[in-house]
Design a protein around this ligand. Structure first.
Ligand code: FAD
Length: 397
C-alpha cells in the first residue's frame, strides 16, 4: 500500500502532527491537518532536539532550516545546586554512539514555524480553528465532528492531538491523565541579564532536594530557556498550564545560591505546567486510526525526549504505511517497532526525575557516585545514553 496519492487526515498541528504530515507528503500522500487552535500556538519556550530526533529531521530535508535557527549544544553539565563544580559533564561533540547528528536547542516557535512552512510547501493543508468534539466509526471510514458543526470523513486518521487526545478516547483508552506529583515552570531569560556563566552552548542541570533547574541557550544565546521543576502533592488548577507569578518560582528556590536566585529574578513570561502522564495503551490504534506523540505516550520531560519520540514516531509510521499491504497491518507494525523503545525512554525519563530530586543521604550518595564515575571512568557517563541518542530510525535502526 504505497502512500502515493493516498489521503491522510491528521488531528493536531503540534510537533508530531506536523512532522508526520511532512514524512507522508514526501512519500506522495495528500495530507490534511485539522488543528483546534486559531493559529500556531506552539510558542512555548525552548526544546532540545537530540541526535536521534535530528537524524529524522535531516532525512526529511530540514537540516539547514534547523541549523539556521537552532544552537548546537556542546556539553550537558550536571551539578549539585550547592556546589560550584560539575558533578558530571557530557561532551556532546565527542560522542561514542556513532550518530553524527547534533544535539540542538531551538525555540519551539521557530521549530513549528519551520515544520509548518515545509509542510505547506509539500502541499499539506493545515486547517486551523478546527476543534474536534467527537470521533465515530462510519462505514469503512472514521467520522470527525468539529465544534463549528462541520464533519470530515477519512480512511486514515493520525491522532496527533496531544495528552488530552480525543483520538485516544475513540480507540478505547478512556482513562484520564494522572498527575505525576511534579510541576514545571517554563520561562525565557534575556542573556544580557544572566549572572551565570551559562551562555556557552551548554545545557546545565542543577539538582537539589525535591527540585531541579535546567537551562540552555537558544536563538544564538540571546535567550536562555529555563525549566524549573518542583515536587508537589497535587495539582488543583483548572487547566494544565497557567501563567504564574515570578514570586512563586522564587519562593520555591529561595534556599538555592544567590547566582541561581539572580537568574530567576529576571525570568519573563513564566508559565507553570502540571506534569501529567497516562499509561501506555496496549493497543495504539483501531482499524483506521492510530496514535502518535503525546496522544499515545506522554512522558515526563527529564530526558528531553517527548518531542524526539514524536519525531521518530512520525518517520516510522510513514514508512510502515508506505511498505505495508493494508492500513491495519501498518499500524500493527508501527506499534511493534515503537513499543519497547517508548517504554524504555519513558522509564529512563522518570528515573532521572527521581535522581535529580533525591534528598538527604541518598542525594549525597548520588552526587558522590556521579562525581566518582565521571572522574574515574568518564566513558561511563559519556556513553550512558548511547542506546538513546545512537538510534536513527531514518536509517532503519
Ligand atoms: C517543561 C517541558 C519541557 C520539555 N522539553 C522537551 C525537550 O527538550 N525535548 C523533547 O523532545 N520534548 C520535550 N518536552 C515534551 C514535548 O513538549 C512534547 O512531547 C511534544 O510537544 C508533544 O508534541 P505533540 O505534537 O505530540 O503534542 P502537542 O504539542 O500537545 O500537540 C497537540 C496538538 O493537537 C491539538 N489538538 C488537541 N486536541 C485537539 C482537538 N480535539 N481537535 C483539534 N486539535 C486538537 C492541540 O491544539 C495541539 O496543537 C517537554 C515538555 C515539557 C512540559
Amino acid at each position: 500500500m504505497a502512500l502515493r496519492n493516498k489521503s491522510v487526515s491528521i488531528l493536531g498541528a503540534g510537533i508530531s502532527g506536523l512532522t508526520s504530515a511532512i514524512a507522508m507528503a514526501r512519500l506522495g500522500s495528500n495530507v490534511t491537518i485539522f488543528e483546534g487552535a486559531k493559529k500556531n500556538l506552539n510558542t512555548g519556550a525552548g526544546i532540545q532536539i537530540s541526535p536521534n530526533g535530528f537524524g529524522v529531521m535531516s532525512a526529511l530535508g530540514l537540516k539547514e532550516a534547523l541549523a539556521s535557527k537552532g544552537s548546537v549544544l556542546e556539553y550537558i553539565n550536571v551539578q549539585n545546586y550547592k556546589k560550584p563544580s560539575f558533578s558530571a559533564r557530557v561532551d556532546l561533540r565527542n560522542v561514542t554512539h556513532g550518530n553524527v547528528h547534533p544535539h540542538m536547542a531551538i525555540h519551539r516557535f521557530d521549530l513549528t514555524n519551520i515544520l509548518m512552512k515545509t509542510a505547506m510547501k509539500l502541499g499539506v493543508k493545515i486547517l486551523f480553528n478546527k476543534q474536534a468534539t467527537d470521533i465515530t466509526n462510519a462505514s469503512e471510514s472514521v467520522k470527525i465532528k468539529f465544534s463549528d458543526e462541520t464533519f470530515h470523513e477519512c480512511q486514515i486518521l493520525v491522532g496527533a492531538d496531544g495528552i488530552h487526545s480525543l483520538t485516544r478516547k475513540f480507540i478505547g483508552c478512556d482513562e484520564k491523565p494522572k498527575f505525576t506529583g511534579k510541576v514545571a515552570w517554563r520561562a525565557l531569560i534575556e542573556s544580557k541579564f544572566i549572572p551565570l556563566n551559562d551562555i556557552p552552548n551548554e545545557a546545565t542541570i542543577r539538582f537539589g532536594p525535591n527540585r531541579h533547574i535546567v537551562t540552555y541557550p537558544i536563538r544564538d544565546g540571546k535567550l536562555i530557556n529555563l525549566v524549573a521543576v518542583e515536587k508537589r502533592e497535587e495539582w488543583t488548577a483548572e487547566g494544565w498550564d497557567l501563567p504564574d507569578n515570578r514570586a512563586n518560582l522564587e519562593k520555591s528556590f529561595q534556599h538555592w545560591p544567590t547566582t541561581v536566585r539572580k537568574l530567576l529574578s529576571v525570568a519573563e513570561n513564566i508559565k507553570l505546567w502540571g506534569l501529567f502522564v497516562h499509561e501506555l495503551p496496549h493497543k495504539w490504534h483501531s482499524d483506521l486510526a492510530v496514535l502518535i506523540g503525546d496522544a499515545c505516550h506522554p512522558m515526563v520531560p527529564f530526558l528531553g525526549q517527548g518531542a524526539n519520540m514524536a519525531i521518530e514516531d512520525a518517520w516510522v509510521l510513514a514508512e510502515e504505511l508506505d511498505n505495508s499491504n493494508n492500513v491495519l497491518d501498518a499500524f500493527k507494525r508501527f506499534q511493534a517497532r515503537r513499543y519497547r523503545r517508548i517504554t524504555k525512554v519513558a522509564s529512563a525519563s522518570s528515573s532521572n526525575g527521581d535522581i535529580y530530586h533525591a534528598v538527604g543521604v541518598r542525594a549525597n550518595l548520588i552526587n558522590i557516585g556521579m562525581k566518582a564515575s565521571y572522574r574515574l571512568k568518564p566513558s561511563f557517563i559519556q556513553s550512558k545514553y548511547d542506546w538513546l541518542y545512537g538510534v536513527d530510525v531514518s536509517r532503519g535502526d
